[in-house]
Design a protein around this ligand. Structure first.
Ligand code: APR
Length: 247
């Protein structure tokens, strides 16, 4: 694969790696990416009808049901070799893992300290909560409501038009500015501010490696583009998890 040896060399020499993942790293687990022509979740719905606060206020039951469906879909799949390869890398050296994904598959594979820029599908929050809302105050329903103030429970994901979680964004941008290598896996590079992180790393002198079987908007930011599926490619970029030392 063109670029593979150079990518391996850069990764072996890097002291502080920044990894950004998108829906493509979960594609081989069977979680459809958002913009796949055939399988994209958005293919079935108008995103504005399901993934925005306005939509939730207008039709909370429909949106809540769609998220429950997505939770079932994601709970039924498993991390793939790409997720596991990042766990193996973390066993060899610390790095910062930032994901746009809400599927939690990095954590299920064993990655720790994952920075979730777009939230997590399995987390819950409250819409106009009273501040005391919590799972214990939630009355069952579609969606559940707080029995203290009547606030609606909502999925803990970032909806279109919402700001990213401030701490997550700050940590991601800080890591991008201070890394000495940026590895981008499985993102179309269409959605900002996440898509701006590789450019930020490059501005601060870090080479950028992109892993994607298709061209992406980040290719012109990249020093190396590995045109490959993440599950096949990532395990080739660094040694597998070191065998536990004998004795
Ligand atoms: N390995 C690597 N990349 C892959 C694979 C694979 N096996 N399969 C698909 N891809 C690539 C596609 O070529 C595409 O470029 O993954 C990318 C997925 O792009 P999107 O569907 O746009 O997903 P993503 O880039 O993560 O979207 C960013 O947009 O919809 C919002 O909030 C949502 O977090 C999401 C954000």
């Amino acid at each position: 694969m063109p670029g593979l040896e150079e990518a391996r060399r850069l990764i072996a020499a890097a002291g502080n790696i920044f990894v950004l993942t998108g829906a493509g790293i979960s594609a081989e687990s069977g979680v459809p990416t958002f913009r796949d022509a055939m399988t994209g979740l958005w293919q079935q719905f108008d995103p504005e009808e399901l993934a925005s606060e306005d939509a939730y206020r207008r039709q909370p039951a429909l949106v809540w049901e769609w998220y429950l469906h997505r939770r079932e879909l994601v709970a039924a799949v498993h991390p793939n070799p790409a997720h596991h390869a990042l766990v193996a890398l973390a066993a060899q050296r610390p790095f910062t893992l930032v994901t746009q994904n809400v599927d939690g598959l990095h954590q299920r594979a064993g990655s720790a300290g994952v920075i979730e820029l777009h939230g997590n599908l399995f987390a819950n929050k409250w819409l106009d909560g009273c501040g005391r809302c919590n799972e214990a105050t939630a009355l069952p329903g579609m969606p559940p409501r707080c029995n203290l103030c009547g606030a609606l429970m909502r999925p803990g994901v970032v909806w279109f038009g919402e700001d990213l979680p401030r701490v997550a964004r700050y940590r991601a941008e800080h890591a991008a500015q201070h890394c000495d290598l940026c590895l981008v896996v499985g993102t179309s590079g269409l959605v900002y501010p996440a898509a701006g992180l590789p450019g930020l790393a490059r501005e601060h002198g870090a080479p950028v490696i992109v892993v994607n079987p298709q061209p992406s908007a980040l290719d012109q930011t990249a020093d190396i583009v590995l045109s490959a599926a993440a599950g096949a490619c990532l395990p080739l970029l660094w040694p597998p998890q070191p065998a536990p030392s004998a004795g």
